[in-house]
Design a protein around this ligand. Structure first.
Ligand code: AMP
Length: 594
């Protein structure tokens, strides 16, 4: 029931008073976007004026845009690495932030193969929670009755480490789920999860997934929405059900827990949930043993109104799979965030994935936009402010945060689609330099090149070299995996590399890839074994011919290092002579290599 018109919002009639306040907040922030940005910048520069970093640029007490733009350089992570390393090593002096750095958030973006370390401060948790608190009020405008049931969300923590100076280093969601903000969240009828905290907070990804799935099955009639942070996570959950439904049904039939679940707090909590339910077990077994899994989500969870997963950016590749399993349920992309800073939300979350635009909330940090022209190396001088971006143009996001990043290039390319009040809305175009991505891994061209070089060393004793290569993120398998097409030059046909050697090349490539990739392979099981497909000699020449027939310039033609255009993939696949897979897991431990 909508509350009365006194609390009405231009976004639509709010469902309850709490929602009305949230929607009003969005209105205030977006109407006054420029003033809010000015205030945020003033707060950040004033409170941090005595930091070593800002003193370096001699702001002389100034805290306005003019000072920022004329005195503080636009930087990348690599520029800040000396400062970040000192903090990681234990220097507690105010280097970047006047407030103590409470921990490092480990980004899925990497630098020299390791996750980037993003400094954060305690109060940022409040800011993140504030953004989360706006999501359901917006969703309630579009989907009524979400207080009449629950959300089945597959949420996971990942391993954490300590820096040499003793600060925790962990992904932002792990930090959030482990915080009191999440663990002790007050009951909200619009935001009830089927997964108990104990299951979400279990560090073992199998036990966590198993028990979250079990709870979701027990409450199948209550589930109104199904989600994971990214689409890849939800696809993985369905795959998990495919692999484990028989054991899950057994547990439900008998009311006993799979002995592989050993985490004491999970066992204790599940003890209170488990009960024998043979009818439910029969139903699950009947549905899951069918060959055809089309629409399985709505068969098992019949009241699901939408899937809550990010399917923008690299995750768009999972849309067909999710549509298949869910019978085309709406896919809501609710927010846009990063370890560095949470940015904003989608004010029209039930729109089509291709139409998703995120409204950056001007209270989260200070935002600038570097005009992006893929044909030019845009110099970081003419940055545009939040309210001055132009519809239709593309920009790289540059942020200044409360935690002590100043004019920091995030690496995301965004296109302006319109405005809500004076706050612009952005289509996420892509992350710069990412060639391959299955889950949260991001592999760039240089990393792929290095991996190919390292692997091809194994071919030397066979007088064989890799003359050309390209790659493809294959998400038709679950989990998805990297496919690398190799054209080989074998100079000694009597001594060509065996299948075993080529299998080892797959593993050698994986060993060379960054830590997020290897963690996905080893700990999260979110990426499958890397595959090398050896193609016939001359295939890459055919690829060039094809590109030229479609208008590419013969002088400027470069082999694409990643392909996803169907006719090109068909051409490559029709020339495959042999396929090879990584025979084992690459090395991965939570500890950083440097
Ligand atoms: P991380 O720092 O590991 O949390 O990764 C943050 C990055 O994930 C962002 O900079 C984006 O590149 C990507 N990302 C986050 N939210 C979205 C979204 N809603 N759509 C597309 N990409 C996203």
């Amino acid at each position: 029931m909508a509350v009365d018109s006194v609390l009405s919002s231009p976004l639509g009639p709010p469902t309850c008073e709490k929602d009305a306040k949230a929607l009003q907040f969005i209105e205030e922030m977006t109407r006054n976007a420029d003033a809010v940005q000015e205030r945020v910048l003033d707060e950040i520069l004033t409170r941090n004026s005595q930091t070593e970093y800002l003193k370096r640029f001699k702001l002389d007490g100034a805290s306005d845009r003019e000072a920022l733009k004329s005195k503080i350089p636009v930087v990348t992570y690599e520029d800040l690495q000396p400062e970040i390393q000192r903090i990681a090593n234990g220097d507690r002096s105010p280097i970047l932030s006047a407030h103590p750095i409470s921990e490092f958030l480990t980004s899925s973006g990497t630098s020299a193969g390791e996750r980037k370390l993003m400094p954060t401060i305690k109060e940022e948790l409040d800011r993140r929670q504030l953004l989360y608190s706006l999501l359901m009020p917006v969703m309630n405008l579009y989907v009524p009755g979400l207080d009449k049931g629950k959300g089945l969300y597959f949420l996971f923590i990942k391993s954490e480490t300590k820096t040499p100076g003793g600060l925790l280093a962990r992904p932002v969601l792990t930090s959030y789920y482990k915080s009191e903000h999440f663990k002790s969240r007050p009951h909200d009828p619009y935001n009830v999860y089927t997964s108990p905290n104990e299951a979400i907070l279990c560090a073992d990804s199998f036990q966590s997934m198993y028990t979250q799935m079990l709870c979701g099955l027990y409450e199948r009639e209550q589930v109104l929405r199904l989600g994971a942070v990214f689409a890849s996570g939800l696809v993985r959950a369905i795959r998990f059900l495919q692999l484990h439904w028989s054991q899950l049904a057994h547990d439900i039939r008998t009311g006993t827990l799979n002995p592989q679940i050993t985490d004491p707090s999970v066992c204790e909590r599940m003890g209170k949930i488990m009960r024998p339910n043979p009818d439910l077990a029969d139903f699950i077994a009947d549905e899951c043993c069918k060959e055809n899994w089309e629409g399985i989500i709505t068969r098992i969870w019949p009241k699901t109104k939408y899937l809550d997963v990010i399917v923008t950016g690299a995750m768009a590749q999972y849309i067909p799979t999710l549509d298949y399993y869910s019978g085309g349920l709406p896919k809501a992309c609710t927010m846009y965030a990063a370890s560095e800073c949470y940015f904003g939300l989608n004010l029209n979350p039930m729109c089509k994935p291709s139409e998703v635009s995120y409204t950056i909330m001007p209270n989260m940090g200070y935002f600038e936009f570097l005009p992006h022209d893929p044909t030019k190396n845009s110099s970081p001088t003419n940055l545009v402010d939040l309210v001055d971006v132009e519809v239709g143009k593309e920009y790289e996001l540059v942020i200044t945060t409360y935690a002590g990043l100043y004019r920091y290039r995030v690496g995301d390319i965004l296109r302006v689609t319109g405005f809500h009040n004076s706050a612009p809305q952005f289509h996420f175009v892509r992350r710069k330099n990412v060639l391959l991505s299955i889950d949260s891994d991001k592999t760039d061209e240089a990393e792929l090149q290095r991996a190919v070089e390292n692997a091809s060393k194994l071919l030397r004793e066979f007088n064989t070299s890799v003359v050309e290569y390209t790659s493809y993120a294959d998400t038709k398998t679950i989990p998805g995996h990297y496919v690398i097409y190799w054209e080989l030059l074998m100079k000694d046909l009597n001594n060509s590399p065996s299948d075993e050697v080529l299998d080892k090349c797959c593993l050698a490539m994986e060993e060379s890839l960054n830590t997020v990739y290897r963690q996905g392979r080893v700990a999260c099981n979110s990426i499958g074994p890397l595959e090398i497909r050896v193609v016939k000699n001359g295939t890459f020449e055919e690829l060039m011919d094809y590109a030229i027939s479609r208008g590419a310039s013969i002088n400027q033609y470069k082999v694409p290092r990643c392909v996803n255009f169907a006719p090109i993939l068909e051409l490559l696949d029709s020339r495959v002579m042999s396929r090879h897979f990584s025979p084992s897991l690459p090395q991965w431990t939570p500890e950083r290599r440097r």
